[in-house]
Design a protein around this ligand. Structure first.
Ligand code: SF4
Length: 64
């Protein structure tokens, strides 16, 4: 699966990098930075948690 971050939509709530620290980090303004675009089986639950908890709908998980 592939993780996509819409940096224009991100307003920096920080839920993604709190819930999925292996996949997201924050920049100096608190906006999300994608650490890995390819999601393996072991990171799938973290990735899904980030998708459903982003209040801006800025994170998508798609088939690659
Ligand atoms: S949860 Fe969504 S809005 Fe918040 S930092 Fe992550 S991508 Fe941005």
């Amino acid at each position: 699966m592939k993780l996509i971050l819409d940096t224009e939509a991100c307003t920096g709530h920080g839920r993604c990098y709190s819930l999925a620290a292996s996949l997201f980090d924050s920049d100096e303004q608190g906006h999300s930075v994608l650490l890995a675009s390819s999601v393996d089986e072991g990171s799938l639950s973290e990735a899904r948690a980030a998708v459903v908890n982003c209040p801006e709908g800025a994170i998508s998980l798609v088939d690659d």
